[in-house]
Design a protein around this ligand. Structure first.
Ligand code: SF4
Ligand code: SF4
Length: 716
């Protein structure tokens, strides 16, 4: 459970997680295996269509939350269930404690429930002298270790079998062989069976609460939830209000994606529906007592929030953690408070407060992997940035980010600043084009990659000398450079012009363009991000061009996806922003799909070429095939494993969390090395900076090129 008071302490705890070799190995294995099983289990299905259906069904239910609660209560009470509504976590815990006391309960068994983790129910019950035993294997293990879950579906994923063997040796007082996992499972079964028999009360969660019949749905893989809900004489279910759905049909829609997304299974081992108290010999009435405690804890307010209500669509599949490169490096205890992974960063703010969320929301690299697999189509990276911005608005923005945002809002000031930096760096720039010595305060954490020098002359200064002259053009194109290519890698833009030459492309470089604003958005400086967006839309009139081409995938994704949202759609700038974003195209899409460059235009050498797919190109813009096709036209392609996994750059992220950035980068460079390729091609200057700088430090033998540089080099 992450609760560091400040970012410095949080980073120290992150360092501890990064030093845990077992955790890294386990997470790595799991991440690779998960991707494969998810792909298999969804094969032949319209995944995006199903996800859209889930999002629609959940949104409709969220909008009717109060009404569905009343309907559920009516129907459940008809069937003999007592229904409670708790405003807060404490109130829910008190209601459950009172039910236990009223029924002379002393021993309780529980099945896994994230909602009960949210309310810290076990602590409350134990503080009231009640014995509580978790019966899900993973939950029981972490309960014995006095830890919180490190994953929503697999709570003990961070532990090795040796650690579990030692734990079970302590619990049973007998040496348990840790190499035999089946044996360890049997030990748990034996220990827990007696607890089931002795329990007076069972506590469960639920995946669904069906309003039209007052039915609970529980989806599990271990049989423990069935025993918890049927054996003891009292059953209490603690259920978040967002689990309410109108009908079984809605629940089954969700269930088509939930197990597939969670564990790569078409269906879980147990799907249980409970529509009332069953017979029970242990109770004098011959029927057990059943209570359902619905938890609000901010959910009804959240349901009305136009930006954040989508958080309540979450079906707790855990997939957003499974694919997250940061989670993979540091595990759930550093990537969440109680709820973990991408959704955990957001829920922590709403369910556990700003103080618990303020460090966590900064630990997102904005790679978009979570959004691409979310079972409910939630815009997770967008909401993480929104939470970060809200926290800064509530607590005050750091002086450095306020200053930087002021500088960046003034194009002239910003560019003057960069030119000054280019001059000031001269004493520390070596002949290699990298900065030779970092100041001492940065050297320790940031020396895992060579940092490129700022170019002596930015692209905007050499533009007139490289501007192509084209008569009767087929296409009129505006070039959007982004800051990194304009000021650090102008040669990539020159290479782009060379690659387009001869195809009738009239290129223009509007001088008033500024930073795209993504770094400002990442820093939580929303109004500055809005201001630079308006400047860019004013600088490049979409009516004058067929396309606005950018060689920076991050800029392209931000210009295309974010601009229409951050500029008021009802304003003139907003309308223009929509036309502007419609014209945005990535370099490889333009070269491959619009110009349609041919294989016979390139000299094919024997060098093998592998590819890193920038997050904002493959997920942000959905461009996947064009780069492959271009490489195959101009060279010999050697695909790398996990080519779509983030390189660890993330703009300002690699400056803030260099230790994580370094580990993600090394993982990526190892995959590239394994291909034996001579050249690594990518299409984002940020990725080039990270990968080239890392390869340089490690003395890897391959060269790192931007796609434009590769195509220009291979042209006949
Ligand atoms: S955007 Fe990437 S880094 Fe951020 S939470 Fe999602 S998967 Fe993790
Ligand atoms: S946010 Fe999406 S991916 Fe993450 S747990 Fe919820 S439904 Fe699953």
């Amino acid at each position: 459970m992450q609760k560091a008071e400040n970012i410095k302490k949080y980073k120290r705890e992150v360092d501890g997680a990064l030093a845990n070799d077992f955790l890294r190995l386990a997470m790595d294995k799991f991440a690779v295996a998960y991707r494969g099983s998810r792909e298999n289990v969804f094969s032949g299905m319209d995944v995006n269509g199903i996800i859209a259906e889930v999002a629609g069904a959940k949104d409709a239910a969220i909008a009717r939350m109060d009404e569905l609660y009343e309907l559920f209560k009516q129907n459940a009470e008809k069937a003999g269930i007592t229904v409670h509504l708790a405003e807060t976590a404490l109130e829910a815990n008190e209601i459950i404690c009172k039910i236990a006391k009223d029924n002379d309960v002393s021993k309780i068994i529980k099945s896994k429930s994230m909602t009960a983790e949210e309310t810290l129910l076990n602590h409350h019950l134990e503080a009231n002298d009640l014995e509580v035993t978790e019966t899900d294997l993973g939950e029981w293990i972490i309960q014995l270790r006095h830890e919180g879950p490190s994953h929503m579906v697999m709570p003990a994923i961070h532990l090795s079998r040796n650690q579990v063997g030692e734990l079970f040796t302590d619990v049973t007082g007998k040496q348990q062989p840790s190499e035999d996992i089946d044996h360890l499972v049997k030990v748990a079964r034996q220990q827990l069976r007696q607890k089931f028999i002795e329990a007076d009360m069972g506590i469960s969660g639920a995946n669904f609460a069906l309003a039209d019949t007052g039915t609970l749905g529980i989806i599990t893989n271990e049989g423990n939830a069935r025993l918890v809900t049927t054996l003891p004489r009292v059953h209490v279910a603690l259920v978040g209000l967002e689990k309410l759905m109108p009908t079984l049909h809605d629940a089954l829609t969700v269930n088509r994606v939930l197990p597939r997304n969670a564990t790569g299974q078409a269906i879980t081992s147990y799907v249980t529906w409970i529509s009332g108290p069953n017979e029970c010999k242990a109770d004098a009435t011959g029927r057990k007592q059943m209570h359902i405690v619905f938890l609000d804890n901010g959910r009804r307010k959240l349901a009305k929030d136009p930006v954040f209500s989508q958080v309540l669509r979450c079906v707790r599949c855990g997939a957003c953690a499974n694919v997250c490169p940061v989670y993979r490096m540091v595990g759930g205890h550093q990537m969440g408070h109680i709820y973990i992974g991408a959704i955990g960063l957001i829920m922590t703010y709403f369910f556990h407060g700003r103080d618990k969320a303020k460090n966590l929301v900064q630990n997102c690299i904005n790679c978009g992997a979570c959004k691409s697999v979310c079972a409910a189509g939630i815009d997770l990276p967008g909401l993480i940035k929104e939470v970060h911005a809200r926290i800064l608005d509530e607590t005050g923005h750091p002086l450095t980010s306020v200053m930087l945002s002021k500088v960046m809002q003034s194009r002239e000031l910003f560019h003057r600043f960069l030119r000054y930096a280019s001059f000031a760096q001269k004493p520390v720039v070596g002949k290699t084009g990298y900065i030779r010595h970092l100041p001492m305060i940065f050297a320790r954490e940031h020396d895992f990659k060579a940092i490129p020098a700022i170019a002596e002359r930015p692209f905007r200064e050499i533009w007139e000398s490289v501007r192509p002259s084209v008569e009767n053009p087929r296409y009129r194109v505006a070039l959007f450079s982004g800051c990194v290519q304009d000021f650090v890698y102008p040669e990539q833009l020159v290479a782009g012009l060379q690659a387009m030459a001869g195809h009738g492309v009239a290129v223009d470089f509007p001088m008033d363009q500024n930073c795209c604003g993504l770094p400002l958005q990442m820093m939580g400086e929303k109004s500055a991000a809005r201001e630079v967006a308006a400047q860019n839309v004013a600088a490049i009139d979409p009516d004058q061009y067929d396309y606005i081409v950018t060689l920076c995938a991050s800029c392209a994704s931000h210009l295309k996806n974010a601009y229409p949202k951050i500029l008021d759609p009802d304003s003139i700038a907003g309308t223009k922003a929509k036309q502007f974003s419609d014209k945005i195209i990535s370099f490889s899409s333009f070269m491959n799909d619009v110009i349609q460059v041919r294989q016979d235009e390139f000299t094919r050498s024997d060098e093998t070429v592998t590819y890193h797919a920038p997050c904002h190109l493959c997920r942000g813009l959905g461009v996947k095939d064009a780069p492959h096709e271009l490489i195959q036209k101009a060279g010999v392609f050697a695909p790398a494993q996990e080519e779509e996994t983030c390189c660890g750059f993330g703009g300002t992220y690699s400056g803030k969390f260099p230790q994580i950035s370094k580990e993600i980068l090394n993982r990526k460079l190892d995959d590239v090395k394994q291909t034996g390729a001579d050249i690594l091609v990518t299409e984002c200057p940020g990725c080039v900076m990270q990968l080239r700088g890392g390869a340089e430090k490690r003395c890897d033998s391959f060269r790192v090129l931007h796609m434009a540089e590769f195509l220009a080099k291979q042209r006949k």
